[in-house]
Design a protein around this ligand. Sequence first.
Ligand SMILES: Cc1cc2nc3c(=O)[nH]c(=O)nc-3n(C[C@H](O)[C@H](O)[C@H](O)COP(=O)(O)OP(=O)(O)OC[C@H]3O[C@@H](n4cnc5c(N)ncnc54)[C@H](O)[C@@H]3O)c2cc1C
Length: 323
Amino acid sequence: MAEILVLAEHSGETVKKVTGELLTLARRFGEPAAVWFGPGAEAGRERLAEFGAVRVYVADGDDLDDYVVAPKAEVLAALVAAKSPAAVLMAATPEGKEVAGRLAVSHGSGVITDAVGLAFHGDGTGLVAEQSIFGGAIIVQSRVRTGTPIVAVRPNSATPEPAPGPAELEPVAVELTDAAKAAHITERVVQERGERPELTEAAIVVSGGRGVGGAENFALIEKLADSVGAAVGASRAATDAGWYPHQFQVGQTGKTVSPQLYLAVGISGAIQHRAGMQTSKTIMVINKDPEAPIFDLADFGVVGDLFTVVPQLTEEIEKRAGT
Ligand SMILES: Cc1cc2nc3c(=O)[nH]c(=O)nc-3n(C[C@H](O)[C@H](O)[C@H](O)COP(=O)(O)OP(=O)(O)OC[C@H]3O[C@@H](n4cnc5c(N)ncnc54)[C@H](O)[C@@H]3O)c2cc1C
């Protein structure tokens, strides 16, 4: 069975959830092999094994971590040449997409980004990726016809399903060209993070919009989010007003999220906001205007004042959770 290479997303020793999703997808189409960059592969191995990685190509070296994405694309290109995998999968994060683009160019292969699903083509001639475009208004099915399919898949596009694999570690020789070393990392600043999950990876996202009415009221949104272990998002109206930091903006010019549950509170549902959340599996809306366009997307909707509904909802969730 042909290998499917999966670029492992990790933070040192912790394997990110999206990697389990990619390995789960890869298992459907071939033999999943993870590619690990930098130190920590020993520690991450167990998690990769849990999701069926047959082997883990480990590219580590003194200088590999000192440069931005080019070395990853270069090492992956060498692996693709050596192993002839049936496809390469990576997360559709900014870094993943850049690696995908560089790899495609260096290999003369086709690339698909922001896939939200993968399937076998009916005639058995390869992978078909599903993309959601024009703000989620249209679903496109695309196929790579040239070279090795390189597909960047959005986090939360698949449910990670455990299926044990040996995850044998296999070191990969790293010899970087001068071109790959052109952009050098001079300093790293660790982003301060609270307890909440990362926005683009979270299974549940609770977002607040202009209806929240002020920065201080975002405490309501945060409390609701914390009651269900969710990430907090915001519409651009809320971030532009300075009520919530821009890094949490969801939409065309913000983050794209695709959680199991997206809860939109006091958000009207402008096309630019929908572009960032429309592929969420279940959408719940709280809005006082029954005509708000966001209700067109909603699986569940509450027409009501958020200042009444959100505290009641949070209280009920906390009561049921026994907190
Ligand atoms: C180029 C471009 C890029 C953009 N990119 C983005 C983007 O990435 N993300 C994004 O979000 N927007 C983006 N926008 C802005 C977008 O067009 C909308 O202006 C924005 O999404 C509106 O935010 P909102 O829904 O929070 O506010 P509004 O449209 O003002 O809606 C507020 C909603 O809150 C409801 N409400 C008010 N009070 C209450 C209450 N007490 N209880 C319950 N409901 C209440 C109202 O009924 C209303 O539906 C972009 C615009 C442009 C032009």
